[in-house]
Design a protein around this ligand. Structure first.
Ligand SMILES: *Cc1c(COP(=O)(O)O)cnc(C)c1O
Length: 365
């Protein structure tokens, strides 16, 4: 919904730029750039005042509704600097549209998707020098919408703030793609039909923490979520989508209620279909996966998400059973997907689907 004619993005540059950290010191989401994007929504006025301003705290009244009832959504995408020096966003339009779908799920007024996309471009242009140069590094972009009405009534707010912050991040796999151990849980659930599983919302992350802590206490890295009703059908892994290869069939659970429509999931499916692989979006039970693990037909299993691209699963636990997958090594298809997606992101390979868009540095004043 276009909600306001006021869509010119004003830019106020910082007077005190920070020292940028060395690429080798970067981890994930600890350092932030010099600028942020801001825009507000007020009932009757729509979304207004889009602007790039110096990075800094948001001050909030303690009665601000998001602090109490969690009416908050976010998204996450990246900008990459190629060897040709160009900075590219990966699938900015799809991330913009997903942010709007998350807004709709939480009764937050939607923004103009074109304006969301321009907000990504404006902040990356303003902090262009912050996109790191070393192999595997990137600029993580975090658009977020929070309810900022000051009130304790439980109803959709009449006031919201949209902000976009950016963080230069290090290579996820400094020593090459590395398999993890995951634990299927039938004790906790992440999402249920009719709930918020399809939205990227703060609540889903809060709801995942105790399951994650339990898995870590048992020596695992991540939780494999099963469906909430039968505790049987595999759903997602940690905060990533899940894929596996049994024999010559690649399987991922279908969207449609509980699963977040991952951009990496969508990209991986498109590439595997381009490659002529047999790809099924179908329900698959934990029993079928464990059985395939025992009889050796489970060749590979991996998560997909923006932060890691792919995360291979080397071992899967469920109740008191365990299966080792692909000898605990990264599978050939998992590695091929990682290589193909990163090659497009860094501009090393052609981009037949038009997933990347170049963001130019601002012309020096
Ligand atoms: C963000 C997210 C993903 C991955 O989505 P990408 O667009 O690939 O980063 C998967 N599952 C959940 C629950 C998520 O929040």
């Amino acid at each position: 919904m276009p909600s306001s004619p006021d869509t010119t993005i004003s830019i106020t540059r910082t007077r005190s730029p920070q020292q940028r950290p060395a690429d080798a010191s970067l981890s994930f989401g600890k350092v932030f750039t010099d600028h942020m994007f801001l825009m507000e929504y007020d009932e009757g006025q729509g979304w207004h005042s889009p602007r790039v301003v110096p990075y800094g705290p948001l001050t909030m009244d303690p009665a601000t509704s998001v602090l109490h009832y969690g009416q908050a959504v976010f998204d996450g995408l990246k900008a990459f600097r190629g060897e040709d020096g160009q900075v590219r966003l990966f699938r900015a339009q799809r991330h913009a549209e997903r942010l709007n779908r998350s807004c709709a799920a939480l009764c937050i007024p939607e923004m103009d998707a074109g304006l969301i996309r321009r907000s990504f471009e404006a902040i990356v242009a303003a902090d262009h020098e912050w996109v790191p140069r070393s192999p595997g590094t990137s600029l993580y972009i975090r658009p977020t919408v929070v309810a900022t009405e000051v009130m304790l009534g439980v109803h959709p707010a009449h006031r919201y703030t949209y902000f976009v912050i950016c963080s230069p991040v290090g290579s996820y796999y400094k020593e090459g793609v590395k398999p993890v151990r995951i634990l299927a849980t039938d004790k906790y659930v992440r999402a249920v039909q009719g709930g918020l599983g399809e939205a990227k919302t703060a609540a889903n992350y809060a709801a995942s923490l105790s399951a994650q802590r339990d898995a870590e206490r048992q020596g695992y890295t991540q939780v494999l979520w099963l469906d909430a009703l039968e505790r049987r059908w595999i759903d997602e892994v940690g905060t990533m989508n899940i894929m596996l290869r049994i024999g010559d069939e690649v399987i991922t659970p279908p969207l449609g209620g509980t699963i977040l429509d991952g951009v990496t999931r969508n990209s991986a499916l498109a590439l595997m279909r381009d490659w002529g692989l047999r790809v099924s979006e179908r329900r698959i039970s934990i029993e079928e996966v464990m059985q395939a693990g025992r009889d050796g037909s489970l060749q590979e299993m991996w998560g997909t998400g923006t932060a890691a691209v792919v995360s291979p699963v080397g071992e899967l636990g469920y109740k008191d059973q365990k299966v080792v997958i692909g000898g605990g090594q990264t599978g050939a298809l998992t590695q091929r997907l990682y290589d193909a997606i990163t090659a497009i992101q860094y501009g090393r390979a052609p981009d037949p689907h038009g997933w990347t868009s170049v963001v130019e540095a601002p012309v020096a004043a």
